[in-house]
Design a protein around this ligand. Sequence first.
Ligand code: FEO
Length: 391
Amino acid sequence: MKAMQIAEGVYWVGAIDWNLRNFHGYETEKGSTYNAYLILDEKVTLIDTVKEGFAEEMLSRIRSVIDPAKIDVIISNHAEPDHSGCIPAVLEVAKNAKVYAAAGAGQKDLAAYYGDIGCIGVKAGETLSLGKRTLTFVPTPMVHWPDNMVSFMTPENILFSNDAFGQHYASDERLDTECDLPEAYIQARKYYANIVQPYGMQTAKALAACANLPIQTICPSHGIIWTKHIPDILALYKSWTSNEYDDTAIVVFDTMWHSTEAMAHAIENAFLACGLKPRLYNLHYCHNSDVIADAMTAKYIAVGSPTLNNNMMPSVASFLTYFKGLTGNKKKFIAFGSYGWGGQSPQQVYDQLTACKAEALLPAIKIAYKPSEAQLEQITEDVVTAIKAAN
Ligand code: FEO
């Protein structure tokens, strides 16, 4: 397999994972790439590696330009195994290569995974001369692990940003100028929502730390490389880290005999009446990670579950657990659901959403067996009244 040159002496030597469909619970319907970058200078340098199992693909791309045994430096911007997994394989062939990672967390994490590999710690603002080029290291802790850092290379002004600005998007095109750009933005949003969103404050700090760098290329560790559209992806990140709302409202539910579904539509009607753009997700058909991507910028979320054996349905419990771990902005919520007897689920949903630091618009809504037309109209009216009162 071949390396792809992205600047004079700078190559993409990563791996394309066309088959990836799940990244620890995140549905990756477009696969992914693990991006590693090779710099030919007095010190031959590899920025990150690839996931274990893809070593030969990466090494063959490196071999297409240089003998991998000549690698002098490995920069580990992030120890998560999708990027560090092949450090041992590279050290196997590049016996004298030195590994650099964030001082403290990066060294600790790499030692936990791979034992003593003599990792050298680098601190904020520290530089490493490669010959004609210099790398400057900028820690970006909790974007999205404690060890994360980015590396900025002059004189080409390339930011190796690791997970930041990435997308789970397998493609043979490497650049934003040649890929399916709308798809790249969709996947960048989904990536941010599912990976980075809980760390919006830390990401905003990382953006500020990089704000004065004259970035000409952003090379993330997943997906396509940003060249022409850097202002656009930076603007999107600024908006996402600012927890800005749009005019969508999310209705998430599961249903047994369509009663909770009918209630979902009554709430949809209320959102429409308030000038919002409702989006409905039946969890029987929709994946949590897609709902999260859409929910990120919504101000309102309604979550409904029938009562099943004194509990909410497992699909709704799964969604709420996922939502609790990821939600970045503060939403206003509605909990609802139908029941035959018992009827515990709407209050359980209410309590879970309260634990997500969301704010209830009104008490949990519950209807026995099948809602009548009058009850559905009442739900719509109550939700409209609650939204107007909250604004
Ligand atoms: Fe792509 Fe946090 O690893």
